[in-house]
Design a protein around this ligand. Sequence first.
Ligand code: G6P
Length: 607
Amino acid sequence: MCGIVGYIGEKNCVNILVEGLKRLEYRGYDSSGIAVIYRNSLKIFKKAGKIIQMESSLPDNLNSKIGIAHTRWATHGEANDINAHPHLSQNNKFSIVHNGIIENYSVLKKKLEAEGYKFKTQTDSEVIAYLIEKNYKDDFEEAFYKALEKLEGAYGIVALCEDNPDFLMVARKGSPLILGVGNDEMFVASDVSAFLGHTKQVVYLDDYEITKIEKNNFKIKDFRLSDIARDVKLLDLDTSASDKGDYSHFMLKEIFEQPESIKRAFAGRLIENFGTAKLGGLNLTPQDLFQIERVGIYACGTSYHAGLVGSYILEELARISAYVEISSEARYKNPLIEKGTIFFAISQSGETADTLFAMREAQRKGAKVLGICNVVVSTIARESNGGVYVHSGPEIAVASTKAFTSQITVLFLYALLMGRMRDVSLQTGKKLINELKMLPEKIQTILNSVDKIDEIAVKYSKLNNYLFLGRGISYPVALEGALKLKEISYRHSEGIAAGEIKHGPIALVDEETPVIFIVPQDNTYDKTISNIEEVKARKGKIISVCFENDQKVKALSDDYIEIPETNSFLSPLLTVIPLQLFAYYTARALGCDIDKPRNLAKSVTVE
Ligand code: G6P
């Protein structure tokens, strides 16, 4: 979603800003722009479309030591040049970039219009620049504070003033911002990747904080304007993961990383001789764990599907009741927080606004919420009451793949830990651990058969509607398979619990409908076979994902993708791989922009 980069220092910042924006491209955007002070005057360049279009509109001699930049993902007002950020105040003296949503912008706009201000854009963000102008009486800092007092909603803001080329003003409330501290230079961005090439010294800002940044200094205040001391931290990140290497797309690279990323998710977390797991980050003693009667999970998108898989494992393996809620639903329904319930907020980015707010709402009511995040020191990771990092490494493609399998791995470890405190025997625990350890190799076997998956995807790629069917633990896998396909190929696809097909969706089936069945040999196997027969009788095209020895399913299918056998609790970690690849190759056959699908954002920081 929207990205912010700001710079102040000794270098010409034009390239730094543009390169920073390119590093944020993966988040999803539809326009971009920069504002700099050139020869004492504020200059703005912004364009709809790709960053390269904005970049090619920049004059060759453009030169500045201070600037702000933005990639916009449209919420208020269409994606065009005018609505792109940065925005200017009416007198052209102030410029701002904003992530988030100003909820009271129309009231503010009307008031300002009544005072004679004329707005140029349809955005909610423009009012911020106008409010700064209105409150300016030769003190930019003061005017910035006053403008903030009027704003309701969520924001990360960076503001620049033509008359004050020595500092930038920054505010955070609900939308992440991080400072990068260099030598005689300072960066600010919504994501560290924007400035990682320049410095690894960072300062995380929290919500309700305002910062003035100069090239050698930063001063943080809370919203009551009291000073806050904050240490500079050294980031320990491997930047090589942000490189595509020999792969044509980040998505394919990330799919292929799964044997390793899964290993990282369980490495150091197994206690093999006790057939159990240890998850130190939970900050829970065995006595605390013993008190847990229920697990609640909040998540969105792919993370929600991982949560659903986790709920099946928790109930069946650990015999602990578990429910999953879509964060955007949970946060507004006055959630019931019962004693004895532990919550998980699952989020790859750790910044998804809905999940963050659902977590805060549960915490406000007294619940303990643990994070399952990928991005280290993200907001959810920092604000949760403990948690587990999935260690997938940077996930750049918008469509999440390796984070999904790592999230399931972590949920499996938690279920094993809880299960071993309840019904699961030492022997079963050990068997499950052995099986888990074999998964990376089994995933590799599936990855070795990509050519066949590519062929099948191409064969059906002219068709418009796809159904994904599974039962039990394979139902959330069906949801995830359908989500992957629609996200990147724009084909209509639905994930359906196979048992539900005759209650409506079977009406969609005809000879032009590929129906993808996920059929591991578990307790739902025979029932799923009956569903295959039902679809076959209506001339649907059957594509199945089944175990390699499964002659019965193979005989029923028009096409099949085989996977190695595994335990039913772990089968989603294998069955989802062909579906990720199927989506990838379908999108490739259709010539889609796979890593940056239309209208989507990697990290959804607005509700
Ligand atoms: C966006 C992304 C999805 C992702 C979802 C949740 O919609 O496009 O790929 O699954 O957000 O993101 P999170 O970072 O919270 O896992």
